[in-house]
Design a protein around this ligand. Structure first.
Ligand SMILES: [Zn+2]
Ligand SMILES: [Zn+2]
Length: 268
């Protein structure tokens, strides 16, 4: 039951990480993984955000690379997705040929279409409102098997009353939707404001469980933060979610509580 896994992994394909797919697979085999999932940042047909992800034309190469590995554990192919509602049909098409999609909000989309990175200091109350709205809309889309670093908006922002209200809105929506959240090891390794102790204290009060993800961008980081994320969860008494067999992805805690997000059909 105690599956050793990481479902949030980047490689050199993302353009800001290192390590080949085969090297991650070798590391996972060496470390006794039961399941490994690759989740490169999804590229867009119009080339938007191209500085932080692979080129659109590289998708088939990445997908074939993952699919062609021979490994002694369960290997899954996915993408981490910034949800722009107007691209819903595109995401659905991609979802139809991979194993899972992870939602992850990395940008505030302003009404005029411009974007602000969530890592920029000084996010306003209005920015936080947009972050929450986009994140909840993404969670409701039926595309995502879990949501990455829901507390990333706290990367460079203090936890004040506004941040608390946004945290509660997101946590309540996730609880309603049965959407699993992730505690992110990359944030721990980089000493950023997430995972946020304030955010996860609120999650713990609500009995919300969590996946543990390393969000590795280098081969050693595939498992380097395992202990730190486990301790983080244990410190709050947060139950850890483990992937169950089969697709679409579903999860179970050690105590047997299931979480299976409602996903749209992949046969469309
Ligand atoms: Zn991310
Ligand atoms: Zn990531």
């Amino acid at each position: 039951m105690m599956v050793r896994y990481n479902l949030h992994t980047h490689s050199f394909y993302c353009g800001h990480g290192s390590g080949r797919i085969s090297e991650y697979c070798g590391r996972a085999a060496e470390k006794g993984f039961d399941a490994l999932g690759f989740s490169e940042h999804i590229p867009f047909p119009d080339g938007r955000l191209s500085r932080s992800r692979m080129a659109f034309g590289t998708m088939p190469v990445y997908e074939a690379d993952v699919r062609s590995q021979h490994v002694p554990f369960r290997l899954l192919l996915g993408y981490e997705v910034d949800y722009f509602p107007e691209l819903d049909g595109y995401y659905e098409e991609v979802f139809g040929r991979v194993d899972y999609l992870i939602g992850g909000t990395h940008f505030i989309t302003h009404p005029d279409g411009t974007l602000t990175s969530v890592f920029e200091p000084g996010l306003s109350k209005k920015d936080l409102g947009i972050y929450a709205g986009n994140t909840i809309k993404a969670m409701e889309s039926g595309l995502f098997s879990f949501y990455a670093h829901p507390d990333v908006f706290l990367a460079a922002r203090p936890f004040d009353d506004e941040a608390k209200a946004v945290s509660i809105a997101i946590l309540d929506a996730a609880a309603d939707l049965g959407m699993p959240f992730e505690i992110n090891g990359n944030g721990i390794m980089q000493g950023r404001g997430y995972p946020s102790r304030d955010f996860w204290a609120l999650a713990a009060e609500r009995g919300i469980p969590a996946l543990l993800s390393t969000d590795a961008h280098s081969v050693p980081n595939l498992d380097a933060s395992f202990e730190a994320i486990s301790e983080f969860a244990a410190g709050f008494g947060i139950d850890v979610l483990y992937p169950e067999d089969g697709l679409p992805l579903s999860f179970r805690t050690e105590q047997g509580r299931r979480m299976s997000p409602r996903l749209r059909s992949r046969d469309a």
